[in-house]
Ligand binder design. Sequence first.
Ligand SMILES: *[C@@H]1O[C@H](CO)[C@@H](O)[C@H](O)[C@H]1NC(C)=O
Ligand SMILES: *[C@@H]1O[C@H](CO)[C@@H](O)[C@H](O)[C@H]1NC(C)=O
Ligand SMILES: *[C@@H]1O[C@H](CO)[C@@H](O)[C@H](O)[C@H]1NC(C)=O
Ligand SMILES: *[C@@H]1O[C@H](CO)[C@@H](O)[C@H](O)[C@H]1NC(C)=O
Ligand SMILES: *[C@@H]1O[C@H](CO)[C@@H](O)[C@H](O)[C@H]1NC(C)=O
Ligand SMILES: *[C@@H]1O[C@H](CO)[C@@H](O)[C@H](O)[C@H]1NC(C)=O
Ligand SMILES: *[C@@H]1O[C@H](CO)[C@@H](O)[C@H](O)[C@H]1NC(C)=O
Length: 616
Amino acid sequence: MVPKSSALFLTLFICCFTQEVGAQVSLAMEDVVEVYKGDTAIIQCQYSFAQHPNMVMVQWFVRGPGGRRVRISYSDLTMQKVDENTTYTDRISIVGYPNGENLTIVDATLSDEREFFCQVNGLAAGTGEGRTNLKVFNPPEPPIVEAVYSGVSTTNPLPSKVATCETREGFPKPNITWYRNHQPLDPKNGQVNVVTLVTKGPSGLYTVESELQYKVAREDEESVFSCEVSYHVPGAIRTAESRGVNVTVHYPTLNVEMWRDSPMGLVKEGDTVEIRCQGDGNPPPTFTFSREQELDVGLEAEGNLLLLKDVTRRDSGVYKCQTLDLDSEDSDVGASLQLAVNYLDPAVVIPKDSEIMLKGESLTATCNALSSLETSTVWFKDGVEIRRGHVLQLQDASFDTAGRYECEVTVPTIPGLHTSGSVHIIVHGAPELRDVEREVPMMERVGKWLNLTCEARGFPRPVITWNVTGSPNSREVLKKETEDVVQSVLTLKVTMDTVAMCSATNVMGADTKNFTITSIPIVTPTARKDAVDNSGVMIVIIIISLLLIAILGSVLYFLHKKGKLPCGRSGKQEITKETTNKDNIVVEMKAEKTEKTEKTVLLKGVNGNNKPPSDQ
Ligand SMILES: *[C@@H]1O[C@H](CO)[C@@H](O)[C@H](O)[C@H]1NC(C)=O
Ligand SMILES: *[C@@H]1O[C@H](CO)[C@@H](O)[C@H](O)[C@H]1NC(C)=O
Ligand SMILES: *[C@@H]1O[C@H](CO)[C@@H](O)[C@H](O)[C@H]1NC(C)=O
Ligand SMILES: *[C@@H]1O[C@H](CO)[C@@H](O)[C@H](O)[C@H]1NC(C)=O
Ligand SMILES: *[C@@H]1O[C@H](CO)[C@@H](O)[C@H](O)[C@H]1NC(C)=O
Ligand SMILES: *[C@@H]1O[C@H](CO)[C@@H](O)[C@H](O)[C@H]1NC(C)=O
Ligand SMILES: *[C@@H]1O[C@H](CO)[C@@H](O)[C@H](O)[C@H]1NC(C)=O
């Protein structure tokens, strides 16, 4: 039945085709229908006749292998069927409606991308045919970019492989574009090459691999490369961008920097010095270190670090580092650095160790330390700063001048660099007693114990001797000696008037000091009574004397009245006698005075008797 119909159709087709000039039927079909793989595609075929046809046949064809047309469905007023044994038998259906038909293809495949023809035959009313291109799309997987792991060298004269990008299973064939820092990279001779490999899988999907060859420059270290895939979808073009990748760029060292890492500031002997070299190449170059004085002798270094431990002034000089690039051009790059190791030698003090001066002498001491830098010297005595400068003048030496003088030499520009020295000054001289008074008068009661202190200074250290004249009971109870001072305490029991002479002597001379002790005798309570009685007697004597003078005066007056007393020389003599008498009285008054004094002292003693005289 089908072949029959086909034959009929063929004849009708030819008939109508010939009549087409009359064009009584017109068809409306979309040029292109686009659909995702797996989706359902609907191809519409609408027609209209100029004159109403008695019958209408609609047949659908596809372009088969070898360009041959294959019918896939047939319908007329009475029937509607899908042709058997075609590739579409199971996947198509026809929906007819007045003046039109829809061909529905389910589960679109890549092979459906072809022309579909719709042929309408109205016999006498006319015949027409239209076509629609079915396009099937499959978006590819997102692109995967991969940068080369090994570094890319800038010295390569040709573009080098930098990255690859792959997108899988796309239809139709997607395109890959390369970007550098989000700017598209267009293939350019000698600069950018893109090598694309397209493979079509068994399913008909395309996998596109793209390799970017690029002539890297130093700044590409920072560049980010990415690829973008663009693909068609129904009605549009979509793009998908890959992640960005970095490329390790290798470039030769052009400049080398050399610097001292530590210590900061000036270098001194004993320091550990760290010198570093760094080149601007990548990978970082390795270096050889040497000294300018002996360039052929390599110094041991750890990578780019030269470590000089415990440096001395002999380590001063110019240091060099040189790249050790085996594969690079013959032009070695290097840098140099001047190292100055500062020093401070031990201080030299003149005079050395110790020096003897005579009292009153003068001396100039110096303290010097050799240094590579300016130094500052300070003199100390007993920890107290006494002078700044390296010269110390000691004038008019006294015992106070003696002692240990220390000088400290520092380098102000390098804290921690210092040295010191010292000199011991000894002042020779005759002893000098500590107290100014050389005569010490004292009044002490008999029986009292006294401590007499004598302190002398001198060098060589004086010897103190005591010479006690008087009280026999004495001894030295304390003796303290330092380098140039000696102190002696003599304890003495006062028994009589005593002179204790302290003399300090050394080879240079002597000095003495006298303690003159006047003893006060002990007064017993009976002795006191006697003293009171005595004064009573004295008063009586004085009264009697006054009475006698009064009597004598009245007698003389009486004689004078009687005229028995001559008024010549003899009278004068009498007066002289009188005077003599008077003198006697005066003497007696004096004696009284003395006794009074004694009494006062005694009273004092009585007052002092609050604590009984238990000294002995
Ligand atoms: C379809 O093809 C098969 C073999 O491929 C055949 O046996 C069958 O008869 C055919 N059917 C029709 C209707 O032509
Ligand atoms: C035919 O297909 C068109 C477009 O896909 C649609 O709008 C229309 O409704 C369909 N007609 C029928 C009768 O299915
Ligand atoms: C891919 O590139 C070709 C050639 O430049 C172009 O014709 C095509 O439209 C591109 N396809 C996409 C999806 O951009
Ligand atoms: C690339 O390298 C630069 C510098 O090394 C870095 O800042 C940046 O984050 C890197 N980017 C990527 C995508 O790795
Ligand atoms: C101390 O007395 C002695 C005689 O006893 C005398 O020679 C000496 O000069 C006196 N010393 C002083 C400092 O007065
Ligand atoms: C005298 O000195 C000695 C020793 O320092 C001391 O033991 C004693 O008490 C002192 N005597 C007097 C009366 O100060
Ligand atoms: C002590 O002094 C007296 C009088 O000054 C003197 O005669 C005597 O020799 C002296 N004794 C000593 C041991 O110096």
